[in-house]
Design a binder for this molecule. Structure first.
Ligand SMILES: CC(C)(COP(=O)(O)OP(=O)(O)OC[C@H]1O[C@@H](n2cnc3c(N)ncnc32)[C@H](O)[C@@H]1OP(=O)(O)O)[C@@H](O)C(=O)NCCC(=O)NCCS
Length: 218
């Protein structure tokens, strides 16, 4: 389903469960040696997805290790993003000659825990969530807002190597399946040019919320 909200030059793969018998490289196994079984399963399956998507770009299987601030280290010349939540894992990759960065996020379609919206949402975003909810209560708009922010962070981090607080970008959700993010901090640079705004797409289907942002090269 995630391919429906990604541009055609982004390769993606997804899984709705864990296969149990995923090949990991020794260095990947070492990276999760002390993790709980649930974490090992998501780590393994999403890497299987990533290697499948990389294969679509003609790139042979390589270890995909967590790097700085846990951001995945992609092969040279590739940008990518991974996400997992209960019942879903996905990876998206593209040639760095086509995209500066890509960010994907998936969430279970349930409202945020009590009080979390106040921590992650700007006042204007909280108003937006209320407005959207008054119009259509089938979508947990607070969870969607959260997912948009996670996707923004996954685009931001590879470009900046910096953390970004939840108040670092203002999200505007369009109920037709699009969203935008405007940075409220000095924006990231892509090939030397500032990127003050990102646009992305979202989908709500089968108990999942999925968001994706691709930042194309001009
Ligand atoms: C990193 C973060 C975005 C991950 O999101 P999540 O919903 O918890 O988890 P997801 O399953 O969707 O994504 C996890 C994957 O994100 C990727 N990831 C982790 N850190 C990353 C980073 N700094 N940059 C890019 N991708 C990152 C990894 O591939 C990870 O999977 P893996 O550990 O199996 O390799 C989140 O934990 C976080 O730190 N958020 C705070 C920052 C933020 O969102 N700011 C809002 C800005 S408006």
């Amino acid at each position: 389903m995630i391919e429906e909200i990604l541009p055609v030059d982004v390769m993606s793969a997804e899984a709705f469960g864990d296969d149990g018998d995923v090949h990991l490289f020794p260095e990947e196994r070492a990276a999760i040696a002390n993790a709980v079984p649930r974490r090992r399963r998501e780590f393994s399956t999403v890497r299987q997805c990533a290697r499948k998507a990389l294969g679509e770009l003609g790139i042979p299987p390589v270890p995909l290790l967590p790097g700085r601030q846990r951001a995945p280290q992609w092969p040279a010349g590739v940008v990518g993003s991974m996400t997992h939540c209960s019942g879903y894992r996905a990876a998206a990759v593209a040639r760095a000659s086509r995209l500066h960065s890509v960010g994907i996020d998936a969430e279970e379609s349930v409202p945020l825990p009590e009080g979390l919206l106040d921590l992650v949402g700007l006042p204007a975003e909280r108003d937006m969530v209320e407005r959207l909810g008054a119009h259509d209560d089938a979508v947990p708009w607070d969870r969607l807002l959260f997912s948009c922010k996670e996707a923004v962070y996954k685009v931001w981090f590879p470009l900046t190597q910096r953390l970004l607080g939840f108040d670092g970008a203002r999200i505007d959700i369009d109920s037709s399946g699009f969203f935008s993010a405007r940075f409220l901090v000095p924006p990231p640079l892509a090939a030397g040019s500032p990127v003050p705004r990102l646009t992305g797409r979202w989908m709500h289907r089968d108990g999942l919320i999925v968001t994706a942002i691709a930042l194309p090269c001009p």
